[in-house]
Design a protein around this ligand. Structure first.
Ligand code: 48N
Length: 324
């Protein structure tokens, strides 16, 4: 049997781990890379026999993760805008908001561990994503490669929907004023009643999604909150939480009964969703397929241009609040 590599018990930054106070907080190297890059992958190739990672103490990893997460929870407890749902519409909204207003704090709450919603595949599990023109303008804005059959064609094709969604995630997550809380559900809304009785949405009520899914079999797992003057809800029409915010508003008698999504008509549906993206109640802007449930709009099926441009419009509507 090959000799077992014996590693000295690593301590934090080489310090002897005696008591908490002796363990200096690991100072993270900023992503911007103030440190001169050291190793290169090429240098590692072929020299694996004496390869070793730099020693670490597990608590350094734990502290780096938890310190950041709880600092983010503290920072975004008061957000400027909360986006509910990180599907194609929510991510497009986040991109436009973060780019236009780097001074605003934008929290994205996504129930799934993996953000992206229905935009990882084009339709019936097929890979390619179709966007009807002029939505190709958004693809150029974000830098998503696509194929265009020519000036007379009426759509463009992204060779794999995951190329759109991964590019969107990469761009959105790099904005310093955006924080994605995934695996986290909005399970209610913070509301305020004005003297004339008008109900205003003033934030979201959140919980770990795994907790949200088990309120029926566990008692009293109370939520957390995020205050914000504007909520953009893009929770889609599908899945266990589809159209969550508008259903909650109907339950509170804050908006009339839902119109319920209508049958598939691409031409009617995509124009209606983009043009109809708006503030459906004070403090609550709705876009994407969640809107089809509000307005009784048609569905468009496997074409995504309306999701992207609904996000552009949702961002525009949200920014009006900050211009007033
Ligand atoms: O992708 P979706 O479902 O929603 P949209 O509106 O961004 O895009 C819709 C699009 O994918 C279609 O449905 C296409 C165009 N098909 C149309 C048709 O006719 O069939 O993303 C919604 C996201 C998901 O990731 C959910 O997990 C998330 O919202 N979500 C929530 N996140 C947090 N809290 C909640 N309560 C919640 N509800 C949903």
């Amino acid at each position: 049997m090959a000799p077992v590599a014996v590693y000295p018990e690593p301590t934090n930054n080489g310090q002897v781990a005696t008591k908490l106070s002796a363990i200096p907080h690991a100072s993270g190297v900023p992503v911007t890379g103030a440190v001169k890059p050291q190793a290169t992958v090429e240098e590692m190739a072929g020299k694996w026999s004496d390869f070793r990672f730099r020693p670490i103490r597990e608590s350094q990893v734990s502290r780096e993760m938890t310190r950041r997460y709880f600092s983010d929870l503290d920072k975004y407890a008061e957000s400027d805008i909360v986006i509910v749902g990180a599907g194609s519409c929510g991510l497009s909204t986040a991109y436009c908001l973060a780019k236009a207003r780097p001074d605003l704090k934008i929290a994205i709450i996504e129930a799934n561990v993996s953000p992206g919603g229905g935009a990882w595949l084009g339709g019936q599990l097929f890979s390619a994503m179709i966007m009807r023109k002029p939505a190709d303008a958004f693809l150029r804005e974000v830098g998503v490669p696509y194929e265009d059959a020519g000036e007379d064609s009426n759509y463009v094709t992204v060779k794999h929907a995951a190329l759109f969604t991964s590019t969107m995630l990469s761009k959105v997550l790099q904005f310093p004023n955006v924080k994605l809380f995934n695996a986290t559900s909005v399970e209610d809304l913070i509301t305020r009643r004005s003297p004339d009785g008008t109900l205003r949405v003033a934030g979201v009520v959140t919980n770990w999604t795994l907790v949200t899914m088990h309120h029926d079999d566990q008692s009293c797992m109370d939520p957390n909150t995020i205050n914000a003057p504007i909520i953009v809800s893009t929770t889609g029409h599908d899945g266990p939480f589809g159209a969550f915010c508008v259903k909650r508003m109907v339950a509170m008698d804050a908006i009339p009964a839902l119109g319920g999504m209508r049958g598939l008509d691409m031409n009617v549906a995509e124009d209606a969703i983009v043009k109809g993206t708006r503030e459906v109640a004070p403090g609550l802007i709705v876009g994407g397929m969640e809107l089809s449930e509000v307005d009784g709009a048609n569905r468009m099926g496997p074409t995504f241009g309306a999701m992207a441009l609904s996000g552009v419009k949702a961002a525009e509507e949200a920014l009006k609040v900050f211009e007033e």
